[in-house]
Design a binder for this molecule. Structure first.
Ligand SMILES: [Fe+2]
Length: 254
């Protein structure tokens, strides 16, 4: 794969998989690249996309699999996530069938405002539930090396994740940055507010009150400790390896 192909591959994979890069797509659309004589269309296979979102099941996290998170708390959280799935399907259907010749765009604008909220609400919850479990209890391999390189220690990395989790309303997200090739921790005030562009989330922490209120009331600090105890580092490693398979650097914003 040459560099140009890699760049196009980044656009496609990131935008479809992460659901976190709406900002980039808007910015990118305002830049019309110059067409060079040597530019040739690729013959990459355009695969049939998923026709709609289908909620994943996380029943394996119940029944005492997680320490400090009860089935009642988890079930309420799963129901909320499933609501996001229902809503994003509904919104995308409405947007797709909108007559763009209709000058009344009030509802259309509202659907778009909700689109990124519902999409990110669904995707971030999948990432959150996905990195919970009683599997691997410590980072290994490239993940450990990157944590040590960019944060000095696992303790400091977790410290940043939890501190961001204390001071933001929505999410604390550790993500691989395709522009720099580093790990960062980002705070999202809402599903679709403060969303970083061109990053790949690897570890996602939900700090909305609905994530812990049933079990901990307003005691977010104890919930954060419980979350760290319940991290399954295996999917975190897998996400990082997916990110590392794509070249980072200046080309990602070509
Ligand atoms: Fe949540």
């Amino acid at each position: 794969m040459n560099k140009q192909d890699s760049s196009k591959n980044i656009d496609r994979r990131d935008f479809l998989k992460l659901g976190l890069l709406a900002t980039t797509s808007v910015l990118a659309s305002s830049v019309v690249p110059s067409v060079k004589a040597e530019d040739k269309p690729t013959n990459k296979v355009v695969q049939t996309p998923l026709q709609k979102y289908i909620a994943k099941k996380y029943n394996h996290l119940m029944g005492g699999a997680l320490k400090g998170l009860t089935d009642k708390q988890l079930q309420a959280h799963f129901s909320l996530y499933e609501g996001y799935i229902t809503k994003i399907n509904e919104l995308e259907s409405r947007i797709k069938t909108f007559d763009v010749n209709n000058p009344d765009t009030i509802n259309y604008r509202g659907w778009h405002m909700e689109q990124t909220s519902m999409l990110n609400g669904a995707v971030l919850h999948e990432l959150y539930f996905g990195n919970l479990g009683n599997g691997s209890k410590e980072p290994k391999g490239s993940l450990k090396k990157m944590v040590d390189r960019d944060f000095g220690s696992l303790q400091n990395f977790i410290g940043h994740l939890k501190t961001v989790g204390k001071i933001f309303h929505g999410w604390s997200v550790a993500a691989y940055n395709y522009r720099t090739g580093k790990l960062n921790v980002y705070g999202l005030e809402r599903h679709n507010l403060n969303v970083p562009a061109m990053v790949h989330p690897i570890l996602v922490l939900d700090v909305y009150e609905h994530a812990y209120m049933i079990d901990y009331g307003t005691d977010r600090k104890t919930y954060l400790d419980a979350f760290v105890t319940n991290i399954d580092w295996k999917p975190v490693q897998e996400r990082l390896e997916t990110a590392l398979s794509i070249p980072f650097g200046e080309r990602v914003t070509v």
